[in-house]
Design a protein around this ligand. Sequence first.
Ligand SMILES: *[C@@H]1O[C@H](CO)[C@@H](O)[C@H](O)[C@H]1NC(C)=O
Length: 920
Amino acid sequence: MASPVTQAPPLLLLLLLFVFLLTSSISAWKKDEFRNCNQTPFCKRARFRKPHSLPPFTVSDVSLSDGGLSARLVSSEVPRPLLLHLSVYHGGILRLKIDEDSSTDPPSRQRFQVPDVLLSDLNDRRLWLSRLSSSSPGFSSFYLADGFEAVLRHDPFELSIRRTGSGSDPTQDRILSLNSHGLFDFEQLRSKNDGEEWEERFRSHTDSRPYGPQSITLDVSFYDADFVYGIPEHASTSLALRPTRGPGVDDSEPYRLFNLDVFEYIHESPFGLYGSIPFMISHGERSSAGFFWLNSAEMQIDVLAPGWDDPESPVNGRIDTLWMSEAGIVDAFFFVGPGPKDVIRQYTSLTGTPSMPPEFAIAYHQCRWNYRDEEDVAAVDAGFDEHDIPYDVLWLDIEHTDGKRYFTWDRTLFPTPEEMQKKLADKGRKMVTIVDPHIKRDDSYFIHKEATEKGYYVKDASGKDYDGWCWPGSSSYLDMLNPEIREWWAEKFSLENYKGSTPTLYIWNDMNEPSVFNGPEVTMPRDAVHYGGVEHREVHNANGYFFHMATANGLLKRGGGKVRPFVLSRAFFAGSQRYGAVWTGDNSADWDQLRVSVPMTVTLGLTGIAFSGADVGGFFGNPETELLVRWYQVGAYYPFFRGHAHHDTKRREPWLFGERNTALMREAIRTRYSLLPYYYTLFREASVSGVPVMRPLWLEFPDDKEAYNNADAFMIGSSLLVQGIYEEKQKTVSVYLPGKKQSWYNLKSGVAFAAGMTHKLEVSEDGIPSFQRAGTIIPRRDRFRRSSSQMVNDPYTLVIALNSSLAAEGDLYVDDGKSYDFEQGAYIHRRFIFYNGKLSSSSIRPSNAGEKKFSSDCVIERIIFLGLPNGPKRALIETENRETDIEPGPLVLRSGSSPRALVVRKPNLRIADDWTLKIF
Ligand SMILES: *[C@@H]1O[C@H](CO)[C@@H](O)[C@H](O)[C@H]1NC(C)=O
């Protein structure tokens, strides 16, 4: 939840809080609480510098060392040469490191390098450089991947990646370059000059900045690029990043990456929200490429419109970007693609693929700030059953605790938490409680007592435990940068330590940017000090990441390393995908926020975070019923699907709006439950390849220019296209269906639509337009239960949508949904192929899958064909020499619509077995 933004003393704050609660739907984004670029000295200095206006850096002393290229970077501007190191990783990744030479005097402090983000086996994937070639004098070049080489120009310094075999001009056929505009700048650590002002002031706050200016700026150019994407988290209704500077751009801020608790964020802003991932992907018809800067200090990024440097001769097809960071080092990675999925694979090969969630976590979650007490919990739980709406998880926000002391219960409201959880568990349901990072400074609170004794808190600039104001009042913050503290924290989640918890209790980390109500920009002062003398400014954007990591490890430990954790986090950084889900924070109940949720979630997926979603219904304010229904219809497709509401809003459980609306929301939630086998299969794909569950259209149709900036529709996997409805009383909607010579089948009616064109469709209240791509097979489960765990033995339906060659294919992945046995091979992964009138099921199992087996007696009870011409009447199960009927039938059982599909009745084929079925 959001903090009220204020810097008032505690008592006044309580009063203000009260006023906020009364007026929360009226108050809007408090822009003045946050710094803009002009109020941020390093940004202001770097942003408007003219290209090539600084004394140039040159490269000297090039040598091969440590398997890569080492050199010095020299400029008349900097007192000491910088150290440059280039290395290459398998699969098309170039790494550039630039740091100060700490071996020279004056002995300066080490600049911060973000630990524990890159995968630990990365070093094993390094390609050992043994030869440099000089394509031309003054250049060093070397092999990067098949078809690509890296080129280092010495004077002036420029690094580029280009396709090989394209002639001797080293600037030809480039895909990426750095410092082509001479904007690279590196403020070295130094002693303060007499009379120099190092302190920075913003509003009532002073940043002592004991180490002075230490920012880094660099320019990166993407070639063959129509658009760039990524660098979450921002709220924008455009999927592609709009230019922030240059011809045709009104006065705009750069994209800011600085994790903040933004009270009532607006839907159109480059302003930084709760999480930061400094990773950008470019895409054009010819290829895709990527750039990632591993740096957790505040970053500001300009996307420059063509002609920004020279309005007389704008260069099209190249996108220049300017990256400015307050501190840290250059540790940057370039990805060669060439396809967009290759870029995501390359990025997640560094920062990790999304972890496989427990199966319940991809079903529906019901949350509210706050379900009051155990009776309320029981009533909500019963409400779902009474109204035949499935759900899996009930959530408790901060009010369940004893005075916002996490790991405790308000024993008046929640006297028997174990029993409460057990009652839910009996129906296969789980509970999530909130555990925030601010620790109440109360000597009788065991967490505070231990943390104080052990010295586990982040320190303020004077060396005392930092004391900030948050929900519990005066609070301190555990220093999760320290691995020892993370271990200690993880122990707190054991069933013995967390009193009142049971194995079906999971965790939610909110406010971990961190949110500090009375801190500068509602967060911790930049001069606060972490483990190893690291300043908060250096680690800020990874603060929530380390907290999320420690909590997820806690749940992992609780289950003896055998049970998959589930932890939702609001703050995130590169790599957060390994620790759980994130959501888009405190949105509002209005139509624009429904619209913006789609590009925000899609962008998170592109940058590794496959498991995310927005609060369904909007956190602040009361959604009109129509908006709430539409939000369920869109939200049912978010990878993370949760309804949530501010405690000042009216109750909005899905049965409170009349029978008709209950039916519509039930239908939306059931659609998700029926697609769970498909979603689970996609989460498996994401965990293996990094390719997200929810995808922009262009990820599947990289050649289709029409798809490049479509932010209103999205793909779920490669088979499903969904178009949201984002306006009140909308009568018609234009849906662009990508691809060529294909067709798409409406998911409910089975009606076929041609691809490569925009269709104007009537909008119905029943649902939002969704389509299955021809040539695909989607697995479903169509029996409705109370929760996903009650569906484990249910039979499957296969929906086969044929393309013009009357063929289709698709996958189904199944495992126990909760343990790590799948890592030893305990899973079923089938590939279904329909071709030449024959459907076959075969196993996908790499040779290193492991020995463990997963057994299942589940069968396929129904096979639905879309797009079969003159209908066959019978099906022969060849492997068993058994026949069954084919009959016309509906595509969706409960819709009662006219039969548009052909249905193979009760084939009862086991999902575990190989088989073939022939239709005739
Ligand atoms: C039809 O789908 C099959 C299976 O996915 C594929 O191999 C084939 O190329 C597709 N044909 C057309 C015309 O798209």
